[in-house]
Structure formats: structure tokens, C-alpha cells
Ligand binder design. Structure first.
Ligand code: NAD
Ligand code: ZN
Length: 360
């Protein structure tokens, strides 16, 4: 048995209002006055002074607002890196991502591509990154993906939607301030929160399960139940607990894998651009045969929060389009092996996946 030696986020600060300490966290990391910090910020915060005015800028530091309307692409990372190189005199002291999974993943990828040659798509895969990334900080403003703890940055490239999985990907510092999640719209809160719930179900019901993953996964699962099923928490507790559920859910899959919902949702995302949170919900809603208990509880949560999922998103697809989605889903071999076992190819056929997609 060859065990994976897993890198973790070495520094984390947690607490309501801890965002105010960002300046004191960053200042010792400044390389010189010409090496700026670049703040990559979700553009929903443009003009929201409660957040933007608290970003600690000095010398040549810059804020770059980026839209999270679409999930990150390798070409987008290449453009942002090029822009940073052209507009800064020295290599930056650090990249600070402030936003959801989309912005956190962009921040990770940019910090890697500032020290590695070539195009971002060259590094999609496992352990292809050669040089250490520049200092990078993740500050989530919505909870659920676990992108703040993970060893990957998920990117859509020319050929595949695939992460840059490397020991250099995890953040050097994470700032967990649950107050930053205050304006998340209800439906988005549910979709991204369900990403965490689905991470738990897929990890806890996978063949890769081990005690490391199980202990984190069970904690995250219990927190999700408190938040989405029991509905007895104050708003503050809901925010605090979902932020920690996301962290634990991310830790759980770090040492195992996700499963059927993620494999199929990658297909939807690649072909239709369906975003991760909502895509996972649309898929998971149809996965009762794989995760009977998990899906039952999901439907209960969906109803109690009055969430209506889009229907018929695959209704007008051609055979060729189904094939594209199915091929993306089937290429996620470790996910299927985790979900079903070594013999997964016997039951997970193209026809099987087509019949599932047709229900969505
Ligand atoms: P997101 O970053 O796509 O944001 C969703 C929406 O919420 C956006 O419209 C955004 O502007 C808005 N938003 C975020 N914070 C807000 C706030 N405080 N107030 C108001 N609106 C706010 O959402 P997400 O679900 O966190 O991230 C999805 C992305 O994460 C996908 O690209 C997915 O591939 C990636 N992901 C990565 C990992 C990983 O390990 N790297 C894991 C899971 C998902
Ligand atoms: Zn996910």
C-alpha cells in the first residue's frame, strides 16, 4: 500500500470580523515595495464598501474584480496572468482570492501560473506543476465547495474540465470570516451548501472510505443536517457552521473521492455550462438508486427550503451532445471507482448514463 502524503493549508484564521486582520497577516509577506499584492475579488462586491473599503491596499497593490457568472477557464487564467505580468514591475508578493469557489480556484491557478512556464491547460491533471506557486490566500464569501482547503483548482480547458491537482495548489493562508457570507442569495446558498452535503454523501458511501475521510465527513454531514434539516439555528450559527462544514467536507474528499453526482455534473458543466452547485443538485436529485438515504434527505431539504430545480435541461439535446456529456462523465474514472468499485464498467454503460441524463 502506498499512502498519499497530503499537503494541508498551513495557516487559517477563523472568526466573525477576522477579515479586519488581513493587513497584519499580509504585511510580513510583502517581498518589496514594487511587488504588489493582487486582490482578485468577485465583482458582486464592486461598490460594496462594507467589504471593498476594508481591503488593505498599500504601495502598488491592486484590486482586480472578476465575474463569477461563468466557471473558470484555462484561457481566462492565461489572460489574467498575462495582464498581471504586464502591469506589475516585480513579480507580485501574493494573490488574494475573495469570493466563492470560482474566484478561489482562479486565485490558486494564477498563483501557480506566475511561476510556471507555458499555458494553464498544460498543468490540468495530477502532479504536473514543477515550481512552487507564489504566496496565495483564500477568503471564501460563500460556503460549501471546500475549495478553500482542497489540493485542486477546477478549470475548463480546451479538451476537458479537469483540475490542477498538485502539492503547490493549496492556499498558504485561509481567512474564514463567516460575516462575509451575509448577502448570499437564498437559492445560491442552498446550491453551494448542497455541494458540501453531496461531498459528504459521496465520500461516506464510497469504496475509498477510510477513517481520516470518515471522521471529517461525518462531522460535515451532521453540520449540514443541523443547518438544512433541523432549521433551528440563528443566522450567525448557520453562517459559522456552514463555513466549517465546507472545510470538513473538503478535508473528507481530500483523502477519498467524490462520486456519481460529481462525475455526471462535470458532463453537464462541460456541455451546457451548468454551474457546479446547481448542476450537482440537478444530478443528485436523480441518483436514488446509488444513494437512497442521501437522496431522500436531499429531497426533504429541497422542499423545506422551497427550492425548485430546473427541469428538462437535457430535453433538446442531440445524440452527439449526449455523447459529449457521457464521455466527460466516464472519463472521471477515480470517481466511478470510488462510487461503484473496481468493476464499475460493468454497470456504468453509455446507455445507463444516457437514461439518467434524459431524466434531468
Ligand atoms: P461561485 O464562486 O460560482 O459563486 C456563485 C454565485 O454567488 C456568484 O454569482 C457569486 O457572485 C455569488 N456570491 C459569492 N459570494 C457572495 C456573497 N457573499 N454575496 C453575494 N453573492 C455572492 O460559487 P461556488 O459554488 O462557491 O463555486 C463554484 C465553483 O467552485 C465551480 O467553478 C467549481 O468547479 C468550483 N469548485 C472547486 C472545488 C475545489 O476543490 N477547487 C470544489 C468544488 C467546487
Ligand atoms: Zn463539489
Amino acid at each position: 500500500m502506498n499512502y498519499k502524503n497530503f499537503p494541508m493549508v498551513p495557516r487559517v484564521i477563523f472568526g466573525r470580523g477576522c477579515f479586519n486582520q488581513l493587513g497584519e497577516i499580509l504585511s510580513p509577506k510583502r517581498l518589496n515595495v514594487k511587488a504588489p499584492f493582487i486582490f482578485l475579488v468577485d465583482d458582486v462586491f464592486k461598490g460594496k464598501s462594507w467589504l471593498s473599503s476594508r481591503i488593505p491596499l498599500s504601495y502598488d497593490d491592486k484590486i482586480m474584480y472578476v465575474s463569477a457568472k461563468e466557471e473558470p477557464k484555462t484561457s481566462q487564467v492565461d489572460e489574467l496572468v498575462e495582464h498581471i505580468i504586464l502591469t506589475t514591475s516585480d513579480r507580485p508578493s501574493g494573490i488574494i482570492g475573495i469570493g466563492g469557489g470560482t474566484i478561489l480556484d482562479l486565485a490558486k491557478a494564477i498563483s501557480i501560473m506566475l511561476t510556471n512556464e507555458g499555458e494553464t491547460s498544460d498543468y490540468q491533471g495530477w502532479d504536473l506543476v514543477k515550481n512552487k506557486a507564489i504566496y496565495h490566500v483564500g477568503i471564501p464569501t460563500i460556503s460549501g465547495t471546500g475549495a478553500e482547503v482542497s489540493r485542486t483548482t477546477v478549470l475548463t480547458g480546451p479538451i476537458l474540465k479537469l483540475g490542477i491537482n498538485s502539492d503547490f495548489t493549496p492556499f498558504d493562508q485561509v481567512v474564514l470570516d463567516p460575516e462575509l457570507t451575509r448577502d448570499v442569495p437564498k437559492t445560491q446558498w442552498f446550491y453551494t451548501g448542497m455541494d458540501c452535503y453531496i461531498h459528504c454523501i459521496e465520500s461516506l458511501n464510497g469504496t475509498y472510505l477510510n477513517t481520516f475521510s470518515q471522521t471529517y465527513g461525518e462531522k460535515a454531514f451532521d453540520l449540514c443536517k443541523e443547518i438544512f434539516v433541523d432549521n433551528k439555528l440563528s443566522l450567525k450559527d448557520t453562517q459559522d457552521k456552514l463555513m466549517m462544514a465546507s472545510w470538513h467536507g473538503g478535508m473528507s474528499i481530500a483523502y477519498s473521492q467524490v462520486g456519481v453526482a460529481h462525475a455526471m455534473s462535470y458532463g453537464l458543466s462541460f456541455l451546457l455550462g451548468t454551474k457546479h452547485g446547481i448542476g450537482n443538485c440537478i444530478v443528485f436529485n436523480q441518483l436514488e438508486e446509488f444513494y437512497p438515504e442521501g437522496v431522500k434527505l436531499f429531497i426533504q431539504m429541497k422542499e423545506s427550503h422551497n427550492i425548485e430545480l430546473p427541469e428538462g435541461i437535457c430535453a433538446d439535446l442531440s445524440d452527439n451532445e449526449f455523447d459529449i456529456m457521457i464521455n466527460v462523465a466516464l472519463s472521471m474514472e477515480p470517481l466511478w471507482e470510488n462510487a461503484i468499485g473496481k468493476d464499475w464498467r460493468k454497470t456504468i454503460t453509455k446507455e445507463k448514463l444516457k437514461s439518467l441524463y434524459q431524466k434531468m
